[in-house]
Design a protein around this ligand. Sequence first.
Ligand code: ARG
Length: 459
Amino acid sequence: MSMWGGRFEQGSAEEFRDFNDSLKFDYVLAPFDIQASTAWVNALAGEGLLTAAEQQQLLSGLQELSEAVALNPKLPLQSDAEDIHSWVEAELQDRIGHVARKLHTGRSRNDLVATDLRLWAIAKAKLLGEQILAAINTLIEFAERYENSVMPGYTHLQRAQPVLVAHWALAYVEMLERDFDRLTQASDRAAIAPLGCGALAGSGIAIDRSAIAKELDLREPARNSLDAVSDRDFVLELLSVASIGMVHLSRLAEDIVFYTSGEAGFFLLGDQISSGSSLMPQKKNPDVFELIRGKTGRVAGHLQAMLMTVKGLPLAYNKDMQEDKEGFFDALDQWQKCLAISAYAIPFLTVDEQKAEQAAMLGYSNATDLADYLVGKGIAFRDAHHLSGQLVLQAIKQQCALEELPLTIMQAVCPDIHEDVYPALALSAGMNRRCALGGTAPVRVHGAIRRARLRYQAH
Ligand code: ARG
């Protein structure tokens, strides 16, 4: 039986119900609806609207329901209730009888659904936070494993300057730490209690809303009832946080796809995390990372969809808002899955250290070091840059590396160059030179790994 049949003369059409009902996706809110209902029962009792006996009956019914849902989260799907709120009420009535019909006193599904969804989001954010930390941990382990390995660093996907593999991994640690902070902050901001705001204008009973907020472990009651029932900023914000987080994972994935490609080839995929081709026997494909990259579009799409859903809505609740769920659930589920598989897959990546180092030395990636060397000889950087470029051109023509150019040729371009140019062009010299804060010099990166580890342990 529906919650709202009194003013209707006919039952609703199957076609309408099929389109309108949200139980098929909002059933996941069951534990939170029960939690919110529990707090509501206590608040009603506090106002003398339930006897102590009725309160006890309702509480034990809700407790029973909560246990049943914990055992079988899909239990609500066995009913034909309109949504999870109707299901909880109806199921309660089946279990404890008529007193269940008092549960909805002074509340609306509008303040209830906004509360349920916040509780769901906060619980989900906690799980996501744990997954981010797990991914951070595997990246730090990767950095520790390849603490001294060198690989090419790129700009414009052209070899630019060598970097430590660990420096590369720590760049993603930075991104994921920001994701963690953003998630925590967004989750904190979501911790507001709309319950007790009624349908839009406030509850008809002078319920103690602060007590409800406290019982639900939310920071405070929402201040304005119109806003409270129609505010989905927390959905938009968490979708943004998820989209940014996915963009980070996608960039990580893209780097790995490229580094494991035949063209770069200095990262190797473990068999456990890659697949083959049904036709080409030699293939080993980075499917995991491509899928992460692919799912990023899906998550960002959910953000866009929700922005469009909310943009023209008049105050206060509108049924459009039921569309806040499927995309939101999916976006956070996908992010969680991608974090988990990233944390799982990264330990199966290995670096071909020899190949990585060879690649790092190619492409005249020590040309900046040559310019820096000339600056050390008192030449202005702009001139040094030009001279180094001229020597790169000579080397290209002779098909050799900069450090293979004979001193005579170098001196013909710049007489200030001496024998000491050769050690200055060595890979290790260039690496050590990048020793300003945040640079790839091994001494800096070793410190950065240790600090990242300490920050991780502090969580
Ligand atoms: N299933 C609805 C939703 O998800 C619950 C709120 C219904 N409120 C209403 N006034 N029809 O948004």
